[in-house]
Design a protein around this ligand. Structure first.
Ligand code: NAD
Length: 258
């Protein structure tokens, strides 16, 4: 089934997005690879092609933090069956120093990007009677980091948007869900951890210390790997998940206790 499908993964030139795109490419879907920059988008498509031996990759560079970017992607690929709203920006700023512009920017990039893509693609999915929309939220939606409240706000907002959209398309054959990863080993997180617990440590040690000190409820006792997030997203994007909609599914290593 998946072989005939088209899957769009926003922000798939790195980290979790690249792993998700790779998982869908592996079983033969046509995968739209997206990043802001043309060269990096093509490079990621090349890496996924070499990793999977699959040719059906469509690199489409666009800044999805803008309405024009969403339109560019839609014009390039007007039909997708699985939409994964993965892209996200994060950075630390103390609450009192987050400017109005920064609040708006985080909302626009992390939340509106997915809303706009959903508006473009949902009508076609409903018409065809099959579709999967998946929002990639974060542990930071439920455990808001003090120094990243603007980021946390966007990750909570995604859950509301996802649930509301699932209610909007109820009964159509289109499902809408949120996947909520815990701390995952991506290039950005690697740098973040080195900064926080000491760049001089071997990474495995820094990782263990970060989890012990900053994520003590983790039952996994290590960072999640991007492929482990992609495994759940791949399932939610399949036929097998047809009864799962309006849900928030966690791949957080047991971090959040309930
Ligand atoms: P990353 O920084 O490695 O990758 C982000 C991707 O988004 C890149 O491909 C980048 O090019 C793209 N991107 C950023 N802004 C864009 C824009 N305006 N237009 C188009 N593309 C854009 O990030 P990651 O760590 O893999 O995170 C991916 C998602 O997973 C995010 O939504 C993040 O909130 C979520 N998440 C990450 C972690 C983690 O620990 N890494 C944990 C929980 C949730």
């Amino acid at each position: 089934e998946t072989t005939k499908r088209t899957v769009l993964v926003s922000g798939s030139t790195s980290g979790i997005g690249e792993a998700i795109a790779t998982a869908f490419a592996r079983d033969g879907a046509t995968v739209v690879v997206n990043g802001r920059d043309q060269e990096r988008t093509e490079a990621a498509a090349g890496r996924i092609r070499s990793a999977t031996g699959h040719d059906g990759l469509l690199p489409v560079a666009a800044d999805l933090g803008t309405a024009e970017g969403a339109r560019t992607v839609f014009d390039a690929v007007p039909e997708v069956d699985v939409l994964v709203n993965n892209l996200g920006i994060f950075g630390a700023t103390p609450f009192m120093e987050i400017t109005d512009e920064e609040w708006h920017h985080y909302f626009e990039v992390n939340v509106l990007s997915g809303v706009r893509l959903a508006r473009h693609y949902i009508p076609g999915m409903v018409r065809r009677g099959w579709g999967r929309v998946i929002f990639i939220s974060s542990e930071s939606s439920l455990m808001i980091p003090t120094e990243m409240v603007h980021y946390g706000m966007t990750k909570t907002a995604q859950i509301s948007v996802s649930r509301g959209l699932a209610q909007t398309v109820a009964g159509s054959g289109v499902t809408v869900n949120t996947v909520l990863p815990g701390p995952t080993l991506t290039p950005g997180v690697e740098t973040f951890i080195a900064d926080r617990v000491g760049a001089d440590l071997p990474f495995a040690e820094a990782e263990a210390r970060f989890i012990a000190e900053e994520r003590p409820t983790s039952l996994l006792r290590r960072l999640i790997r991007p492929e482990e997030v992609a495994g759940l997203v791949h399932y939610v994007g399949s036929d097998a998940s047809s009864a799962t909609t309006g849900a928030t599914l966690r791949v957080d290593g047991g971090l959040i206790p309930m």
